[in-house]
Each structure stands twice: as structure tokens, then as C-alpha cells.
Design a protein around this ligand. Structure first.
Ligand code: GLP
Length: 248
């Protein structure tokens, strides 16, 4: 990996990577995990941050047939097959380009009456797969992780979460208007995420710099959900120069 390696006094290992190489750097970590594990389980994020990773993976010749995939989160309230549902995003970003069997890619199911039961079932599915070997993460500019907004309990599990105005505005770019952005979602909890054996956070762009700085160097606090990264023993953070600008 062509990068400087910065070691913070707490656990996360930060690699500063040229923006054009960040997808390949992340793909190397995913492929290493897949090759090291007979039945690999990979947690996938949506949003812009992991897109270069998914592009880089699609250029590799790796065999993904033994992999089980779990999404971090899904909107509530979109029609099934809405192009911005995360099920559809993952179909476009990983299922089709990597030639995956759709049955191996799991998301929390919002198309049910009992959302609490759906959340519990998702936790059960992750557990029955043996837990997540590598969880890919982005970070929200307010420090959110998956859709765990500021205030989310550090030990939270998969559940219904209300999106903040800031997150809805950030995601408005994927929709025609703010009114079209869902107000609620199903998200893995912070406690769920912390159970993954390796966390890989990808952050690009100056708008992530402050959140990333707070998450990695500030107090571990529910007001910055991504600060839970400091509680995990194996965290890799890939940043470009802009996102890592405050991490000296
Ligand atoms: C989204 C997702 C997160 C993502 C984050 C950052 O709303 N639910 O999983 O990591 O916000 O998104 P982006 O990578 O587009 O900046």
C-alpha cells in the first residue's frame, strides 16, 4: 500500500492514500480477507465513499462465490425497487458488477409491518452466518456510522432510526427533493458494527475531515457515533489528503 501510516495513540490505524488509489487500497484489504477465510462474510456500506472500492473490486479476477454480504442499513418508506433503495444501490454497485448471486447479499427488510421483528431477524441472520469478518464503513459529516445518528447508544443493535435533518440534506443529492428523502431507516447498531472482526473506514473529501478528526481523536461519545471506532481492536482507516487534513 503506497501510503503514510499514522498511528494514533488509540487503536485505529490510519493510511493516507492518494485519492485515485483509495479504491485499490480498500480492494486489497477485501481480497485479503476473502482469501484468508473459507466462508468470508463482508459487510458493505452504501453512499459515495465505498464506490471506488466497488469499482476496483469489479476490475479484479477474484472468486466471490463463497462470500456472504450484509448491508449496513436500508431506508424505510421507499417503494420496493426504488432506485435509491440500498437494495437497488447494491444491485448496481456490487451484485451486477461482481457477478454475485443476489441471494448472498442481505439487507434489513423494510417492506414488512413489523420492523422491530425485521431488525431482530437481521441480527439473527448475521449471527447465523458466523458474524462479519470485514465491515466496510463510511462516515457521515455529522459523525454518523451506518445510520446511527448522534445520540445513538454505543451498544445499540439493528433497529429503526430516525434520520437527522443534516443526514437527509446530505443524501438529498440522490433524490429529486428533500421531501423525497426518507425520514426513517433500519440500521445496524453501533454494537452490531463493533462485533465485526475488522472495520475498514473509507473517507474522502474535506467535508469529512472534522467528523473523522472527532471520531478518531476526540472522546468516545454518543454525540459522535463514529468515535466507537476507538473501542475496536482492529480498525483500518483509509483517507485521502482532504479527509485526513486534521489528522497529523
Ligand atoms: C449514508 C449511509 C452511510 C454512509 C454515510 C456517508 O447516509 N447510510 O452508510 O457511510 O451516509 O455517505 P457518503 O459516503 O455518501 O458520504
Amino acid at each position: 500500500m503506497s501510503s503514510d501510516t499514522l498511528r494514533h495513540p488509540t487503536v485505529p490505524v490510519v493510511h493516507r492514500v492518494d485519492a485515485r488509489s483509495i479504491g485499490d487500497a480498500a480492494a486489497d484489504i477485501v481480497i485479503d480477507t476473502i482469501q484468508a477465510t473459507p466462508t468470508p462474510v463482508i459487510g458493505v456500506a452504501t453512499g459515495s465513499s465505498p464506490s471506488p472500492l466497488y469499482s476496483a473490486l469489479s476490475a479484479r479476477t477474484s472468486d466471490f462465490s463463497a462470500v456472504t454480504w450484509f448491508a449496513l442499513d436500508e431506508y424505510i418508506g421507499l417503494p420496493a425497487h426504488h432506485p435509491q433503495s440500498y437494495a437497488e444501490v447494491l444491485r448496481r454497485e456490487i451484485i451486477e458488477p461482481l457477478g454475485l448471486d443476489p441471494a448472498t447479499v442481505h439487507l434489513p427488510n423494510p417492506q414488512v409491518n413489523d420492523l422491530d421483528q425485521s431488525a431482530a431477524a437481521y441480527e439473527g441472520l448475521i449471527a447465523s452466518a458466523g458474524g462479519i469478518d470485514l465491515q466496510i464503513l463510511g462516515i457521515g459529516r455529522n459523525g454518523h456510522l451506518a445510520f446511527n445518528e448522534p445520540g445513538a447508544p454505543l451498544n445499540s443493535r439493528t433497529r429503526v432510526e430516525q434520520l437527522t435533518e443534516d443526514t437527509r440534506r446530505a443524501n438529498q443529492r440522490f433524490f429529486d427533493s428533500l421531501a423525497d428523502v426518507p425520514t426513517h431507516c433500519l440500521t445496524q447498531g453501533l454494537g452490531t458494527i463493533l462485533e465485526a472482526r475488522h472495520l475498514l473506514l473509507i473517507a474522502q473529501g474535506s467535508e469529512k475531515a472534522e467528523a473523522l478528526y472527532n471520531a478518531l481523536t476526540g472522546p468516545v461519545t454518543a454525540s459522535c457515533p463514529a468515535s466507537v471506532l476507538q473501542l475496536h481492536e482492529r480498525v483500518t482507516v483509509l483517507v485521502d489528503d482532504s479527509a485526513g487534513a486534521l489528522l497529523v
